[in-house]
Structure formats: structure tokens, C-alpha cells
Design a protein around this ligand. Structure first.
Ligand code: AMP
Ligand code: MN
Ligand code: MN
Ligand code: MN
Length: 305
């Protein structure tokens, strides 16, 4: 059922719609990576370094999707253009739904759209206060100066995230891996966790659509909802204008590829593929190295290329 091959598709005729070098008859064969992070959010590489890494790995269509931030897109696009790698502007918006954090990726956005820019700015507001509180929580657990420590890993002052705390905690020897930090300190119920209210689902989707993009539900396999509640989320996502769902992504197992492929089909959503790459030594998945989308799904880039 799945095509796990990586057949190159670059030597095919240009798409009539975009002029990009794709044969639109076989869009599922494109090595697209539509989910990745630079140091403008919680990734470790500069947008340019990330672009070069993606190109080196054979990515044929790339999107930078920093958390709640679009400031890296211009550099990413310029670098992608230099190496001839088709590029889409993107973002991963933090959303609070049913008291839990859900991520909505936007691809194909105009990063200058004023409503999007303003909405993201408001979504980022509060991250610093939250980080100060996280530092206090960790201090109560006996770990001093974590906020100041995390800031040493922050490149974009508006975007301090749990990942920056995790890097500091690993590099100072408090934990041996990023994953261990999250389990011991940064998830609900643990000393460094501070609940935060992000954008609403409908706001996030409106910002993305208003900026000309497609809203995609990120890594559905990661949420802690029951299957029934997850279906409610997907229904509301669709009612708000959401059109895509990640099927092949860095945090999904092979079983989840199948499960969410079927979900995409059943809910009539386009399917996306993205590594969610953050850093060379941390990410589960390298840029552009996931299995291809199966041919029975409609890729989100079908509409964008
Ligand atoms: P924040 O937006 O500050 O809440 O940070 C969320 C980020 O933390 C996610 O985008 C991931 O990069 C990272 N993250 C969350 N959970 C884990 C985990 N269990 N292991 C590693 N990284 C995680
Ligand atoms: Mn992240
Ligand atoms: Mn995410
Ligand atoms: Mn992500």
C-alpha cells in the first residue's frame, strides 16, 4: 500500500501552474519536507544552514515552519532559491484546544500578511513571562538559574521555548538527553511546566488562510486525546477551514502513517509530509529522509505547486 521508495522526480516537465520542475501527475513522489525549525524558533541552525542541509539531503520542496514566527522565511527563501530548491513559506502556530496544546502548520503563506504577523506577535507574547515562571519552578526543584541558562541558547529574543531549557539542562549535565528533560521536568505535572494559553484553533486557521496558506494539523499522533476526542478536534479543524493533516512526519510510527493516512482519506483532508527537524543531534528524523506519501492520498502541495 505504501511506496517507501525515494525515486527522484526532478527531471520531469515543469508544472504548468507554477513553473516548478514537477510532474503534477505524480505529486506523491516529490521529496517534500514541509515541517522544520530554524534558530528563529527552537531549531539549532540558521535558516540558510537549514536550507543547504535540506538541499543536500535531496529535498525537492521545502518549507520553514518556525513556531509562531515568520522572521526566518526571507533568508530561507533566498538560500533555497540559490540552490534551486522550490520553497514555501510556513509557520507552526501554537494553539490551545480543550485545555491542551495543539500545533497547526501553515504552508504557502505570505509571511508579510498583516493579520498573520499581528496574530503571531500576540501568540509569542507571554513566552518570556512563562519562561521566567519555568525558571522559578525549576529553582524550587533545586535547579538554579535555568531561565538565564536557557536564554544562552535563544537566538530570537521573542521566542524562548521549552527546547531551550532542555538544551541547557542537558549541556549542564542535569539530564542526559532532551527526551529525559521533557519527561522529568517540562511536561504537565513536572516542576518546569507552566501552563500557557496560546491562540484559538479558529484564529490560527484564519491567520493562515488569510495569508494565502493551507492549514495542516501537525503530528496528530502526538496528542493525548482519546480517538473520539481527536475526531472532534479534526471536525472542528475542518469546520474552521483546515484542509490538511500530517501523515508522514518525524514523530509518527509506521502504524501511525497508516492510521493517519486513513484519517486523511476519511475526513477528506490533504496529506502532508515533514520531518519536524530541529537540530542535527536531537531530531528523530533528518530533513528529507522520511518515506514518501502513498499514492492514494492527495498531497497538500498538489494545490501549491
Ligand atoms: P513550547 O512551544 O515552548 O511549549 O515548546 C514545544 C517544543 O518542545 C516542541 O515544538 C518540541 O520541539 C519540543 N518538545 C515537546 N515535547 C518534547 C519531547 N517529549 N521531547 C523532545 N522535544 C519535545
Ligand atoms: Mn519545536
Ligand atoms: Mn509541533
Ligand atoms: Mn514542529
Amino acid at each position: 500500500m505504501f511506496n517507501f521508495g525515494m525515486k527522484s522526480n526532478l527531471a520531469t516537465p515543469a508544472s504548468a501552474k507554477s513553473g516548478l520542475p514537477f510532474n503534477r501527475l505524480e505529486p506523491h513522489l516529490i521529496n517534500a519536507d514541509l515541517h522544520s525549525h530554524s534558530c528563529m524558533s527552537d531549531g539549532a541552525l540558521e535558516p540558510r544552514e537549514l536550507a543547504l542541509r535540506a538541499a543536500q539531503n535531496g529535498v525537492q520542496l521545502w518549507a520553514l515552519t518556525d513556531h509562531d514566527e515568520v522572521v526566518g522565511i526571507a533568508e530561507a527563501r533566498a538560500a533555497a532559491n540559490e540552490v534551486g530548491m522550490p520553497f514555501l513559506g510556513g509557520v507552526e502556530v501554537s494553539v490551545t484546544w480543550a485545555g491542551e496544546t495543539v500545533h497547526i502548520v501553515g504552508v504557502g503563506i505570505d509571511e508579510k500578511n498583516p493579520a498573520l504577523v499581528d496574530g503571531l506577535r500576540r501568540t509569542r507574547d507571554g513566552r518570556d513571562t512563562r519562561a521566567v515562571e519555568m525558571g522559578k519552578g525549576l529553582a524550587r526543584a533545586g535547579i538554579q538559574d535555568a531561565y538565564e541558562g536557557a536564554l544562552c541558547y535563544v537566538r530570537n529574543p521573542g521566542l524562548v521555548s521549552r527546547t531551550h531549557f532542555a538544551r541547557w539542562l542537558v549541556n549542564t549535565g542535569h539530564c542526559s538527553s532532551i527526551n529525559e528533560v521533557f519527561q522529568r521536568f517540562l511536561v504537565e505535572g513536572k516542576p518546569g511546566f507552566v501552563a500557557h494559553r496560546w491562540a484559538s484553533l479558529s484564529e490560527a486557521i484564519q491567520w493562515i488562510k488569510g495569508a494565502g496558506g493551507i492549514a495542516v494539523m501537525a503530528h496528530p499522533g502526538r496528542y493525548r486525546f482519546s480517538p473520539a476526542v481527536l475526531e472532534l478536534l479534526i471536525e472542528e479543524f475542518k469546520q474552521c477551514g483546515g484542509e490538511g493533516i500530517e501523515v508522514i512526519c518525524g514523530s509518527h510510527t509506521k502504524d501511525q502513517y497508516v492510521r493517519f493516512g486513513e484519517v486523511a482519506k476519511r475526513f477528506d483532508l490533504m496529506a502532508s509530509r515533514g520531518s519536524d527537524f530541529h537540530a542535527p543531534d536531537e531530531s528523530h528524523t533528518e530533513l528529507g529522509r522520511l518515506p514518501l506519501l502513498p499514492d492514494w492520498l492527495v498531497p497538500v502541495w498538489h494545490r501549491l505547486i
